[in-house]
Write a new protein. Structure first.
Length: 350
């Protein structure tokens, strides 16, 4: 009888010890990062997306977790195990500064970004004092170039506008003053592959966009120049975002135009181009990048008073370029990378 009780007590004691051991385990042992093996040709972007993680949100977390195992310029080494960020436990990367500043704790509400993204936390003051005029290409009665992907139409003005909105939000996060010159009160940032076309875009502050191209370009140029006078003496940039239209066989990378008279514009475009090349090399080291910087006699480039940067995101008629546009995470990555470059431009090209 006593022997039986002793046995029960022993078992109970063992179970109690095991229970204590489990609940007292360090928290990090319960949330260990998953390890995966890099394949030949893998970059961080490809590896993250393969396992369902957003590269724009978890790129910095991945690099921090695996710094000692990465190759030059944060390349992956085939056959090496890497830790994946835990999407359930790790905070999402939010700052785009190469040297992140402490967040201000300030949150500002902007309806133009849509309900999901309307609240913007100011995460740094890296762009404090900088003023940006963002012009999404075409809009209103003019959809711009039209492509096709998986059976649906892809309209230049909708996708250029979405990238422009995402860029605006990132610039504001880093302390900039931003004006959306092409505006749509109800689109907001959209996390969809297929972006529904409409014609209700307006020009700042709330002007109907004319069908005539000359009048349309003059309207947005006048809007920028009036605001430029208001911010005279400040660091200012006009950034126009478009998608080119070329032959179906021509796969192109993001490239940049500037006014031939502007040394500052040329330098800014080169900074952006070099930043994009670096980011592509980090994310997809074997991809390569052929983006260019050149001059072009475009109305908005030669006629706006602030330094002008004209961006072409790709070729609307090439399926690989269109795929780059339709994936929401890609549009966000482009906005993030452009912000990195614009921070460098602000710090070095005043």
């Amino acid at each position: 009888m006593f022997g039986s009780n002793l046995h029960i007590k022993s078992v109970t004691k063992i179970l109690f010890i095991l229970f204590l051991a489990i609940i007292l385990l360090p928290l990090n042992s319960l949330s260990q990062s998953k390890e995966v093996v890099a394949l030949k040709g893998d970059g961080i972007y490809r590896l993250l997306t393969r396992y369902g993680l957003s590269s724009s949100e978890y790129m910095d977390d991945f690099i921090a977790l695996n710094k000692t195992s990465l190759g030059k310029n944060n390349t992956l080494l085939a056959g090496v195990k890497y830790k994946l960020p835990d999407s359930a436990n790790l905070p999402k990367a939010s700052t785009t500064s190469a040297t992140p500043s402490k967040g201000t704790g300030k949150v500002v509400h902007y309806d133009i970004f849509g309900s999901k993204y309307a609240d913007v936390e100011i995460v740094s003051n890296d762009l404090k004092g900088a003023v940006y005029y963002l012009v999404g290409g075409h809009g209103g009665p003019d959809p711009g170039a039209v492509g096709k992907y998986n059976g649906y139409h892809v309209y230049e003005d909708e996708y250029a506008y979405d990238v422009t909105l995402r860029l605006a939000r990132k610039l504001i996060e880093n302390g900039a003053t931003v004006y959306m010159i092409t505006r749509d009160k109800n689109d907001g940032i959209r996390d969809d592959y297929s972006l529904k076309a409409d014609k209700d875009e307006v020009c700042y502050p709330n002007l109907r966009i004319p069908l005539n191209q000359t009048k349309r370009l003059r309207q947005r140029t006048d809007a920028v120049n009036q605001l430029y006078k208001k911010h005279k003496g400040s660091f200012q940039r006009m950034i126009a975002v478009h998608v080119d239209s070329r032959s179906r066989s021509e796969n192109i990378d993001i490239f940049f135009y500037h006014d031939k008279r502007s040394e500052t514009g040329e330098k800014a475009c080169k900074i952006l181009r070099n930043t994009i090349e670096k980011k592509y090399h980090e994310a997809q080291p074997n991809r390569g990048y052929t983006g260019t910087v050149s001059t072009r006699n475009l109305y908005v480039v030669r006629s706006t008073w602030p330094t002008a940067i004209f961006i072409e995101l790709g070729n609307m008629n090439h399926q690989r370029d269109v795929k780059r546009l339709v994936i929401p995470d890609n549009r966000q990555a482009v906005a993030n990378w452009l912000t990195y470059g614009l921070i460098t431009d602000y710090k070095t090209n005043k």
